[in-house]
Design a protein around this ligand. Structure first.
Ligand SMILES: [Zn+2]
Length: 298
């Protein structure tokens, strides 16, 4: 695991899963063969598989730590979640909590959990199965939700028939989000929430939408540096070659493209450490001198 100081806070990447495989045209239905081959040439075997025509994603969660403050941004897919239609998310058995403990953090030490959005692979560890019941994993943490996102997942798929994609989406609300609300540990915000401020460094969540109605990003700002934890604004580095390329899960592709473009512009112009949910490592972005973007792994 790797840690990155940003001003007075430290960001630690905690992997839940490495090399999660998807057929390239499942993730990106509009991806051309030429663009896929270019991605293989550019990004290599860590994130592309030319032979099987697959793309690989990691699932990474981020600890943001400061004296007296332990924030978990995104909570992975979680174990034992039954998703018979969304099979990529079905019945994980990972050692995520051991990996968190190896970073020095037990679940009861987390005091704030923020999900960039409420797709299964970003809030799963909000709950864990204990003696056949879903229990809150981080019992001392406030769980911060974008109000728009929470309203969306509380209704989307409700009443849908078993065996449909919509029903699988609603399962995430039922077994992962609702138990947090019933425990009285949920809090919502509208557009922007300050998560930490010690006069040197600020950490804030900002709703940007696009990939999902209430998708948020977490921005860390200090005189010493800037970082963004961007969730699913961008999924795979191949999107740097075409920021308008929709990812299959983008609910509002035009807005998602605009948010992605703005994220990349901000990272390029302000020497930002970029922590995405699904790239293999953090990175920095820069202009290539001809309108394109180059990436350097951090
Ligand atoms: Zn995701």
């Amino acid at each position: 695991m790797s840690s990155y100081p940003v001003g007075s806070v430290t960001v630690t990447a905690i992997k839940e899963l490495e090399r999660w495989r998807f057929p390239s045209n499942h993730l990106y239905p509009d991806l051309t063969e030429e663009a896929f081959q270019l991605a293989c040439d550019t990004w290599g075997e860590e994130v592309t598989d030319r032979d099987s025509h697959e793309l690989m994603l990691d699932i990474t969660c981020y600890l943001v730590e400061a004296p007296g403050r332990t924030i978990l941004v995104d909570a992975g897919n979680g174990n034992d979640k039954c998703r018979p239609v969304m099979t990529a998310h079905h019945m994980f058995e990972t050692d995520f909590l051991d990996r968190l403990a190896a970073a020095g953090v037990k679940p009861d030490a987390v005091d704030l959990v923020v999900s960039t959005h409420l797709h299964q692979d970003h809030c799963g560890w909000n709950t864990q199965l204990v003696d056949g019941a879903w229990q809150v994993t981080f019992p001392n943490a406030e769980h911060l939700f974008s109000a728009r996102e929470l309203a969306h997942v509380a209704s989307y798929g409700r009443g849908a028939a078993e065996g449909t994609l919509e029903h699988d989406f609603f399962r995430t609300y039922e077994d992962t989000v609702e138990p947090v609300l019933l425990a009285g540990l949920g809090r919502t915000f509208e557009d922007r929430a300050l998560l930490y401020d010690d006069g040197v460094t600020t950490v804030a969540a900002e709703v940007v939408g696009g990939h999902t109605p209430g998708h948020l990003v977490v921005t860390i700002e200090s005189a010493a540096g800037r970082a963004v934890i961007s969730g699913d604004v961008i999924h795979h580095p191949l999107q740097l070659a075409d920021l308008d390329l929709p990812q299959v899960g983008d609910v509002d592709p035009a807005r998602a493209a605009a948010v992605r473009t703005e994220l990349v512009r901000g990272c390029r112009e302000r020497n930002t450490l970029l922590f995405t949910a699904h790239f293999p490592r953090p990175c920095r972005l820069a202009g290539d001198g001809s309108g394109g973007t180059t990436l350097t792994w951090a």
